[in-house]
Design a protein around this ligand. Structure first.
Ligand code: A2P
Length: 336
């Protein structure tokens, strides 16, 4: 059986990867409908060697598709997801708009595919935040084995997480600075070239950023465990693709670094780099790949139940497009 599929935000960074990965994974598509705003409607995107015309989301008939991948921003999802869902289209939403609603499944297939059983509640499934997804894939085997009491995490997040304009800004600033020119800053609150910025998304009343709080809320929802404490600092770095995370764990009962390596060696979605000097980085490992790469696993010398690790993954692929498509693959295998 093949499905009629809409990709909303088809001209954007995640949308374009979505279309490419649907093709790479040979997702069973009958007809693909790339959707964007009236700005890009009438243009084309390439799918399976053919040019497919981009349609205006405003006038799209949602009853013509069974599945919709949404990545055009929170307000666009807020506008179209209920309309699509009412028309019978199952929406897989990559924005944060629906993630925290109790009756909406928030899913990382390797971790909580069972939550998809509730997808008919609203016909909407939420794809988690990129930084949360890779952390969940790496930590689920440890949570299952010994329990996790607390996670301290600092992220090193690439500019692609902020869309195409942010990638252009890093490229332009880098070129300008190397030519001795002035730079302009628009996509970020500070210069991003040759700099790191400890602010992603808006600040909240508690002085954390929203990106940091997403990691708190989403970890508890995905793990189904409100007792896991999460303390995050999210930092933007001048890297194009791939987020890094320095994760410091306190487990409920002690576990040795070697046992963690044993657990992660065969964990779904994980590529373990177990040797000391074989640690993963964004360029060379994660970028362009779908696995979550884990290295630098070691015992925390400052805490009896402490484990440290370094986790890297491609935020546009596993952190967004690939995870959404994997959700759809489980849906059509088990439910549709
Ligand atoms: P458009 O090309 O028409 O602006 P990115 O995250 O890379 O900036 O991409 C954002 C994506 O979301 C683009 O495909 C963009 O389409 C789409 N988009 C933005 N606003 C709307 C809207 N109001 N309706 C439909 N699509 C939108």
């Amino acid at each position: 059986r093949a499905f009629d599929v809409a990709v909303l935000g088809a001209t954007g960074l995640v949308g374009q990867h979505m279309i490419e990965i649907l093709e790479q994974r040979n997702f069973p598509i009958n007809k693909l409908y790339p959707l964007a705003s009236s700005r890009s409607a009438g243009g084309t995107v390439s799918f399976k060697g053919k040019d497919v015309t981009v349609l205006d989301a405003e006038t799209f008939d949602w009853s013509s598709v069974q599945l919709g991948f949404f990545s055009a921003g929170g307000s666009v999802s807020a506008k179209y997801a209920p309309i699509a869902a009412d028309a019978g289209c199952v929406v897989i939403d990559n924005t944060s708009h629906y993630r925290y609603e109790a009756d909406i499944p928030l899913v990382v297939p390797e971790v909580n595919a069972h939550a998809l059983a509730d997808f008919r509640n609203r016909n909407i499934i939420a794809n988690p935040n990129c930084s949360t997804i890779q952390m969940m894939v790496a930590l689920k085997p440890i949570q299952d084995a010994v329990g996790i009491a607390r996670i301290n995490v600092s992220t090193y997040q690439s500019v692609s997480g902020a869309g195409k304009s942010a990638m252009d800004e890093l490229a332009h600033q880098t070129a300008a600075l190397l030519s001795g020119k002035e730079v302009q800053t628009k996509a970020f609150s500070r210069q991003i070239a040759f700099n790191v910025i400890p602010q992603i998304d808006v600040f909240m009343d508690n002085d954390y950023t929203k990106e940091e709080m997403k990691m708190v809320w989403e970890t508890q929802k995905i793990m189904g465990d409100d007792s896991i404490l999460v303390n995050a600092t999210a930092v933007r770095v001048p890297v194009f693709f791939g987020h890094g995370e320095a994760i410091h764990l306190e487990t409920r009962s002690p576990i040795d670094a070697q046992e963690v390596k044993n657990l992660l060696a065969n964990a779904p979605g994980v590529k373990l780099l177990a040797e000391r000097e074989d640690f993963p980085t964004q360029v060379g490992n994660a970028s362009g790949h779908d696995e979550v790469f884990v290295g630098r696993i070691r015992n925390d010398i400052s805490h009896p139940n402490g484990i440290n690790m370094w986790v890297v993954s491609d935020n546009v692929r596993k952190g967004a497009a690939t995870n959404s498509i994997q959700i759809a693959e489980v849906l059509i295998r088990d439910y549709m």
